[in-house]
Design a protein around this ligand. Structure first.
Ligand SMILES: NC(=O)c1ccc[n+]([C@@H]2O[C@H](COP(=O)([O-])OP(=O)(O)OC[C@H]3O[C@@H](n4cnc5c(N)ncnc54)[C@H](OP(=O)(O)O)[C@@H]3O)[C@@H](O)[C@H]2O)c1
Length: 256
């Protein structure tokens, strides 16, 4: 979908990939963007182009408020980018329902419910729904079991949903590799080294915009990952070898 003139919603716009997306998208002619995060003061500012809102999209109330605000400011939505997400870097030890529920609420429930809201609001119009999934939807990482499971769930949800969706909707799944943002700092109790292959947030954001413009169903901001993925899926021992290699990097966390 062409970006010019489009009305766009971006969640998780106060840092990392979402912040870069808002910066780059706002440079296109005629766009209007509703940008959401809890720390709305960190969202890039551009009078009359970027409309920031502070809310928590991990709740139904938060997503409902986001749609009300977006439809009021923009009139309609052409592109929705479900970007907000987080991880824990941890060894799972004690039973904790809230812990599991928090990550699934933001990473899984929120994008799926947002898609439902978008379809309800924009039934017949040509629209695009973009979801930040992750390379870990294919490659299980030790110390990230809950995170990997949220992204694996998202991948399968959207792959299944493609078979039942209306033709007016383009579903784009984004599979970034490790990206140098606040993401890992927020997640780790101590310092943790990034998984193999990492990119900066600007490269990932440019890759996403490029994929949107070309109506890509799957967007791989890392070319290396794009090339390696089919090989690894054909030879599953490569995926296992990768996971075991990553396990060494988080051995302190797994021991604690
Ligand atoms: N970094 C990576 O290595 C990597 C790799 C693959 C995929 N991804 C995915 O890419 C997306 C963006 O990650 P990132 O690296 O840019 O992370 P980030 O820098 O930590 O940014 C996360 C964004 O989500 C927002 N957010 C978190 N919880 C929220 C909530 N409850 N309600 C509303 N907004 C919330 C944060 O804003 P506030 O805190 O202000 O609310 C922030 O703007 C995530 O879905 C992540 O899973 C990341």
């Amino acid at each position: 979908m062409k970006i010019e003139g489009k009305h766009i919603v971006v969640t998780g716009a106060s840092s990392g990939i979402g912040k870069s997306l808002v910066e780059f998208l706002s440079a296109y002619e005629g766009v209007k963007i509703v940008a959401a995060a809890r720390r709305s003061e960190l969202i890039p500012k551009k009078e009359g182009i970027i409309f920031a809102i502070s809310l928590d999209v991990s709740t139904q109330k938060g997503v409902d408020e986001l749609f009300s605000f977006a439809l009021q400011k923009l009139g309609h939505i052409d592109i929705f980018i479900a970007n907000a997400g987080f991880t824990y870097t941890e060894r799972l030890i004690k039973p904790d329902w809230g812990h599991i529920s928090d990550i699934f609420s933001l990473n899984v429930f929120s994008p799926i419910y947002s898609l439902e809201k978008l379809m309800a609001a924009e039934g017949e119009r040509q629209i695009q729904f973009v979801t930040l999934i992750s390379g870990v939807a294919y490659f299980p990482l030790p110390a990230y079991a809950l995170y990997c499971s949220t992204k694996g769930a998202l991948r399968l949800f959207f792959e299944a949903y493609r078979f039942e969706k209306n033709d007016n909707l383009i579903v784009s799944n984004v599979y970034p590799v490790a990206t140098r943002t606040e993401f890992f700092e927020k997640a780790a109790l101590g310092s943790v080294s990034l998984p193999f292959l990492s990119q900066d947030q600007e490269t990932v954001a440019r890759g996403i915009i490029n994929g949107i413009e070309r109506d890509k169903r799957n967007i791989y901001p890392s070319l290396l990952f794009r090339l390696f993925l089919p090989v690894a899926r054909a030879f599953p021992f490569l995926i296992k070898a990768y996971s075991l290699n990553e396990k060494r990097k988080v051995s302190d966390i797994l021991k604690s």
